[in-house]
Design a protein around this ligand. Structure first.
Ligand code: NAG
Ligand code: NAG
Ligand code: NAG
Ligand code: NAG
Ligand code: NAG
Ligand code: NAG
Ligand code: NAG
Ligand code: NAG
Length: 408
């Protein structure tokens, strides 16, 4: 039925097919029956990966690169006998002794939450927003790898990449939390990394804490929104065009924070500020919203102020903009590693969505006594927080505890 070049491949394929049919239930039984009790992770929310357990191995199916990762326990007989590196299956010996990461837009914070920075030995760039990873880069704990010399990756047990289009060597493993459309689905990718380190217990613990806190904050926000939902415009400016976001992730955050997305009430998403009719319409829409989130990309977040926004909107008379009168104009670039223009929004915010939700709830229903993590209020001239290596406040090999926001 399935073409195969060797009997062991066909065995694995049959196993995977069986796993698909039977779901995780049988395999959980299998592992429970084994002499070594293992902790397992179950995927509850994410849609782009699945985990299956055998007695001495695990299989991750990654829907983004369509590969199966066979993770073999280092103390098993299979470990010395089996190696796969095909377009469909790759094998790794676990727990990994060390790893490297392709740091471009890679959320290293997932490794921090698992306490795995101690075995991060290589990195392709210092464009990271984590003070402790910067510390490893600057202190030499993680070697800088030149991506043009791919053989440099060979010395690591695994090289994690987030760009699945990259040419893949045998030890490359793709990690794609941002392929998911919803905040909690992204955060659940901590389980994907946990399986490579036999840290399922820790990964489950972190995810459960994050999820419980997120859902609690969403319930509180919903009760605040029971009378009137503030209307939120999450918008970006690029090359004279303003567009309102249609991204599921951002719209979900706004809804969960008790807001209503403006795009549900307007017919058109993009507005060309060089076109007088568009400009007039944009002006009118902005007169109806309560909160604006300006997600415009810039090379200089530090220099992006309220007047930058007003200039980009290009209307002289802003007197009807209630979000300005009410000081509710925000950007998600508060935590910034200036030298490489890297925002923690693309890192820490991916693994801890409860912090994003808490920020947004404060933006929509200000209490004045909550300090936001990722969002800064341009209307209050709030400035960026420059992330530097000396802000690392713990031994890099200890786990970063997720921040749980008081919620009742
Ligand atoms: C799961 O892991 C935790 C922490 O490592 C340990 O305390 C617990 O006994 C483990 N449970 C099983 C069933 O192995
Ligand atoms: C990386 O390697 C390439 C090819 O060997 C070389 O041309 C380039 O200068 C190197 N870059 C850095 C930053 O060392
Ligand atoms: C990573 O671990 C492997 C396997 O234990 C080892 O051979 C290699 O030298 C280690 N690499 C580094 C950079 O520590
Ligand atoms: C925006 O409008 C100007 C003036 O009409 C036009 O020249 C330009 O091509 C438009 N831009 C886009 C992206 O449509
Ligand atoms: C400002 O926000 C408050 C609630 O936070 C609201 O009651 C008020 O109407 C808003 N003012 C304007 C001008 O929108
Ligand atoms: C911060 O980034 C800007 C833009 O890249 C650059 O001009 C400035 O020199 C940087 N400042 C520091 C202290 O690195
Ligand atoms: C923050 O303010 C709200 C209302 O203004 C109040 O109910 C709450 O107790 C305050 N929280 C803290 C931690 O001070
Ligand atoms: C952050 O760094 C920029 C330049 O790199 C500087 O202009 C700004 O004042 C710094 N902000 C803070 C809060 O230190």
């Amino acid at each position: 039925m399935i073409p195969s070049s060797s009997s062991s491949v066909s065995w694995l394929q049959r196993f995977l097919v069986a796993a698909w049919f039977l779901g995780c239930g049988c395999l959980q039984g299998l592992s429970a029956a084994s002499t070594v009790k293992v902790n397992i992770s179950r995927v509850e929310d994410a849609v782009n990966f699945h985990i299956y357990y055998g007695q001495t191995f695990k299989v991750i199916k990654n829907a983004i690169d369509t590969r199966s990762y066979l993770l073999i326990q280092d103390n098993s007989r299979m470990a010395s006998r089996t190696k796969y590196c095909t377009s469909r299956i790759k094998s790794f010996i676990i727990p990994l002794s060390n790893y490297s990461v392709d740091a471009e837009l890679f959320p290293v914070s997932f490794f921090e939450l698992l306490g795995l920075l101690g075995s991060l030995k290589g990195i392709t760039a210092d464009s990271v927003a984590s003070p402790c990873v910067l510390n490893l880069c600057e202190g030499g704990g993680a070697e800088m790898i030149n991506k043009s010399n791919p053989q440099q990756f060979q010395q690591f047990s695994a090289n994690f990449i987030s760009n699945t289009d990259l040419a893949q060597a045998c030890n490359f493993a793709s990690f794609a939390p941002t392929s998911e459309s919803l905040p909690l689905q992204r955060a659940e990718w901590i389980k994907y990394l946990g399986v490579y380190a036999n840290l399922e217990y820790k990964a489950n613990q972190v995810y459960n804490a994050v999820k419980e806190n997120y859902l609690c904050l969403a319930r509180v926000a919903a009760s605040k929104a029971s009378s009137v939902k503030p209307t939120v415009a999450w918008m970006e400016y690029n090359d004279n065009i303003w567009s309102f976001t249609t991204e599921t992730l951002k719209m979900k955050y706004v809804e969960d924070a008790g807001g209503e997305n403006v795009d549900e009430s307007i017919g058109k998403i993009t507005y060309n500020t060089s076109n007088p009719d568009d400009l007039e319409q944009l002006h009118a829409i902005l007169c109806t919203v309560d909160v604006v989130i300006d997600g415009t990309n810039t090379f200089d977040p530090t220099g992006y102020t309220m007047s930058t926004f007003v200039e980009n909107v290009g209307v002289a008379d802003t007197s009807c903009f209630a979000f300005l009168a009410n000081q509710s104009l925000w950007r998600y670039d508060k935590r910034l590693q200036n030298a490489s223009n890297t925002l923690d929004w693309f890192d820490g915010a991916v693994s801890q969505p409860q912090l994003v939700l808490a920020d947004l709830t404060e933006a929509l229903f200000p209490t004045g006594n909550y300090t936001t993590t990722y969002f800064r209020n341009l209307a209050k001239e709030e400035s960026v927080v420059n992330i530097t290596a000396d802000m690392c406040d713990r031994d890099t090999s200890t786990a970063l505890d997720p921040t749980i926001i008081p919620c009742s």
